[in-house]
Design a protein around this ligand. Sequence first.
Ligand SMILES: O=C(O)C1=C[C@@H](OP(=O)(O)O)[C@@H](O)[C@H](O)C1
Ligand SMILES: C=C(OP(=O)(O)O)C(=O)O
Length: 422
Amino acid sequence: MKLKITPYPLAGRVQAVVSKSDVHRAMICAALADRETVLTTGASNRDIEATAECLRALGARLDSPDGRRWRIAPVTRPAETGTIDCGESGSTLRFLLPLIPALGLHRTVTGSGRLPQRPLSPLRELLEEHGALIGGETLPLELSGGLAPGRYSLPGNVSSQYVTGLLFALPLLPGESEIILTTPLESAGYVEMTLRTLRRFGIRISPAENGWRIPGGQRYRSPGGLSCEGDWSNAAFYLAAGALRSDGGPVTVGGLDPASPQGDRAIVGLLRRFGAAVEETAGGSVSVAPRPLRGIEIDASAIPDLVPILAVCGCAAEGETRIFNAARLRLKESDRLQTVSAAIRALGGHVDELPDGLVIRGGALSGGEVDCANDHRIVMSMAVAAMLCGGPVVLDGAEACRKSYPGFFDDYQSLGGIADVL
Ligand SMILES: O=C(O)C1=C[C@@H](OP(=O)(O)O)[C@@H](O)[C@H](O)C1
Ligand SMILES: C=C(OP(=O)(O)O)C(=O)O
């Protein structure tokens, strides 16, 4: 779908959508638990649907009678074989892969879009070392065998999703296991989210030197009901929009927990460092109003998903914005260092692509057509970048926002944005 955006300053209030990261974790724990769980999530998205479908294929029962809550009955007697389709969701794939051998199941695991190209080593090798049998070079993979408790050593800078996947599976094994990180952990907030959800389901995990110790033989215990939290990653698009034009804003996003373990909460401090006026209220709202912005240096190791929108902020800031420690961005739904650079250039901006980062020079944007590369975060960041353009912007492939935020353009229009299907 091609969408034409007519530049207009956004202002007003929207409610945060649910964090898909929080929902994936809660759904998986609920599917492993001792009794039914009701999750309150609000509206769903493609990635959440992918996890739900995969958990069904593992033998859990999930239904969402009102589209805002999920009733999840745990895996009881799973079928011997079957296929689990992770769609385009990297989290779903990396979180569920270790569970298949841990539960002693035989499954074909598949996925689409860029997922087959996204890395699975060293998770795959670790699982094979510990007894899993994995057939196929890339997706679809055939998994069987079992998983033995023990020492799981892996680097911390490829994807934190590997660590999360192991943290779900290892408590189910008959003996104690350890996860040892051989390099410092990036995206650490996501592992904090995992540990918090595991605690809510009664799973004990203790920190150890460079990793965690995981007692075996544990049972997931359902808390009965659980509410998933608002998404700082997607809120960041609209919070940034509040800062970008002197004749726009303020933009307020409600439903955000200031104490959330989500690393992307860092958007508040980053927008302040750019120079924006940011106000947080006790009720969980954040309001951002424009001020003159200046370029800053940003270490992206803990906040990979913020990079596309931070690059757009860089376009609106005076001077240079440098984003570093972002090599992992090449392994997402698109090679985001390349696709963000190409998109900003297509709109007339100035950006240099480095092996592990971006340098953006602020200045006026003209407008133009952007290939969104089937990447939701490119769609949403460039819809916001359109506010900075002198002429219209055409987003080619705007439907990719369904991966995490299907209502993105409804909210865009409620803030005054002008988006027309071509
Ligand atoms: O655990 C999660 O929910 C996620 C972890 C991050 O990935 P990496 O750890 O691979 O950076 C992030 O980019 C992704 O959108 C969601
Ligand atoms: C990288 C992302 O998700 P995933 O890895 O789950 O596909 C994302 O949402 O930006």
